[in-house]
Design a protein around this ligand. Structure first.
Ligand SMILES: Cc1cc2nc3c(=O)[nH]c(=O)nc-3n(C[C@H](O)[C@H](O)[C@H](O)COP(=O)(O)OP(=O)(O)OC[C@H]3O[C@@H](n4cnc5c(N)ncnc54)[C@H](O)[C@@H]3O)c2cc1C
Length: 523
């Protein structure tokens, strides 16, 4: 019987344990033990259910185009139970909190229809959009005709999302669309994020067509449209965690247990194929502690690291410091504040899924000058918030009748600073910032923004260092890291440090690792 230690009980670790349980039920000689340092499973996924509200304290759904989360949910019976729901795309509008010289305090401006990230599928929809100046619309219109030039000048190396966007569409599209969208998802800086890691589809499109607009118009004509952009679970993603947990043998789960070290037995030499040798002692030792007290070490045949970046780094460092150095060096923090109101009419919102705040523009480090022309240069972000979700408009069924649910996010350095405040202070800052953003479209002569009325329910969550930053060169470092790890039989790095931060990607990688490990057992 092969024994796998899974370290971390977030979606990655639980999906791996679920798959191993499934394989074991089908007769594979494999079992798992999952160590989770906290007193709950789910990691960043947490659903608070109160007063008829379903409040996501972390992620609130997944991108429908990636099938692996839906597949798992269907296997767990969530589709049959009517739990799988789609985003309400009739109200699918995302607003940008735009600051201009004419309006330095900012206002919410809807993104035009048909944008796939920063690439338009419908150039006509850009006409008259208050988000763009004529110069940006002209840059968009010119991009298809620049296909040959763009093809001929594709860099041989990875580049930042900022440089990629600048080459295709110029500084305004970068500042007003690409930067807020990417910061909203990765909490990161477009000037350091790797385009090959975070926008592989666009990189591929550029390689085939040069022009992204041209490439997208061809693929959108060929591909069937997915019914909605996001999918989630009616009663919250917490239900996915509960169903997964129910499908894992309870004695495999060790809560309140922190893995402090992993060691490969000294009798093993790197690259040895002990996994196939049924007579060998299990090669790995896992040391754990609970409430600061050391527990006995356990022997296992394989290890899945499904921990957050910092924990993965520290466990890996003791094993192979060079591998640990190949992990992303930074991760971004998030602070969420959710406000639930019984009476939506007291908190009017523009139609849409929510808003994004463009991060401050970066000065060009070489010349000391701003990247953008001085008109668009803003040295500070127009709001402390990174983004806001209008949860009751994005997903139906998440609030009682007439209810309103807004989720406000702080990200990056602002989140690190704000996380030090107590919950009441954080909620007060979020209310003020929301009021500024939501009231910004009111007439200038109108009353000064006041905080939204006190919410019936407020949820505050800190997620420190939760989103690893995939910096330029990320894919090369991951390839090198995984090649080095082949010297450590049975060790797999899961979680969001390497192959994507989205829930579907994490599920796919975890299940695949479980199957691969079980397959070695059979050899
Ligand atoms: C605010 C926010 C919103 C997001 N929204 C979305 C979204 O809408 N859609 C989407 O697809 N993705 C979203 N993401 C990304 C996604 O939620 C995460 O990438 C994903 O949930 C990470 O899962 P994980 O299992 O890798 O790690 P985690 O969820 O971080 O789980 C790791 C677990 O390991 C445990 N652990 C740590 N150290 C040890 C140790 N030494 N021993 C034992 N256990 C340990 C931790 O306690 C934790 O439970 C969002 C992320 C954030 C922060």
């Amino acid at each position: 019987m092969k024994r796998v230690a899974i370290i971390g009980g977030g979606i990655a670790g639980l999906a791996a344990a679920y798959e191993i349980a499934r394989l074991a039920r089908d007769g594979a000689p494999i079992e798992a033990v999952l160590f989770e340092s906290s007193n709950r499973l789910g990691g960043l996924i947490e659903t608070v259910r109160e007063g008829g509200f379903t409040i996501e304290a972390g992620p609130d759904g997944w991108v429908s185009a990636k099938p692996w989360a839906r597949e798992l949910a269907v296997e767990l019976g969530l589709d049959a139970d009517g739990e799988l729901i789609s985003s309400n795309d009739a109200t699918r509008k995302t607003h940008i909190f735009l600051t201009t010289p004419e309006n330095p305090s900012g206002r919410l401006v809807p993104m035009p229809d048909g944008l796939n990230l920063m690439v338009p599928t419908n150039l006509a929809a850009l006409e008259g959009s208050p988000l763009f100046t004529e110069a940006a619309i002209a840059a968009y219109r010119a991009e298809p005709a620049r296909a040959a030039e763009l093809l001929a000048t594709i860099p041989t190396h990875d580049e930042s999302v900022a440089d990629f966007t600048l080459r295709h569409f110029g500084p305004e599209v970068l500042a007003r669309v690409a930067a807020p969208l990417l910061s909203g998802v990765f909490g990161g800086d477009v000037h350091t994020l790797s385009v090959r890691a975070v926008m592989p589809a666009f990189v591929q499109m550029e390689r085939t067509h040069g022009s992204l607009i041209e490439a997208l118009s061809r693929t959108s004509n060929l591909e069937p449209r997915t019914s909605s952009i996001f999918t989630t679970i009616r009663s919250g993603l917490g239900t996915l965690i509960e169903r997964l947990t129910a499908a894992i043998p309870p004695h495999w789960l060790r809560l309140n247990t922190t893995v402090t070290a992993i060691e490969l037995s000294s009798y093993l030499t790197p690259h040895s194929s002990q996994l196939a040798d049924k007579t060998a002692r299990p090669p790995w030792t896992v040391s754990t502690s609970t409430a600061g007290k050391r527990l006995a070490a356990e022997s296992v045949d394989a290890i899945f690291l499904a921990t957050p970046l910092d924990a993965t780094r520290s466990l890996l460092t003791a094993l192979d410091a060079v591998s640990a150095d190949l992990l992303p060096t930074e991760s971004s923090s998030a602070v969420l504040v959710a406000f639930a109101y019984a009476d939506a009419s007291r908190v009017p919102l523009p139609p849409g899924f929510g808003f994004l705040v463009p991060p401050p523009s970066q000065p060009d480090t070489e010349s000391g000058a701003p990247h953008l022309d001085s008109e668009m240069w803003v040295s500070t972000a127009p709001s402390l918030l990174l983004a806001g979700t209008f949860a009751d408009q994005k997903f139906p069924h998440r609030v009682p009748p007439n209810g309103r649910l807004i989720r406000a996010f702080f990200g990056g350095p602002a989140a690190d600073r704000i996380a030090r405040c107590n919950n009441d202070e954080i909620a007060a800052i979020a209310r003020l910032e929301l009021a500024r953003v939501l009231h910004a479209n009111a007439p200038v002569s109108g009353p000064a923004p006041t905080p939204a009325p006190p919410a019936a329910l407020t949820v505050v969550r800190r997620w420190p260092n939760s989103l690893p930053q995939y910096a330029v060169g990320h894919l090369d470092r991951v390839a090198e890291l995984e090649s080095r790890l082949r010297a450590f039989p049975g060790l797999t790095v899961l979680g969001n440090a390497l192959h994507g931060v989205g829930i579907p990607d994490l599920i796919r990688a975890a299940r695949q690792a479980a199957r691969a490990t079980a397959a070695i057992t059979h050899n």
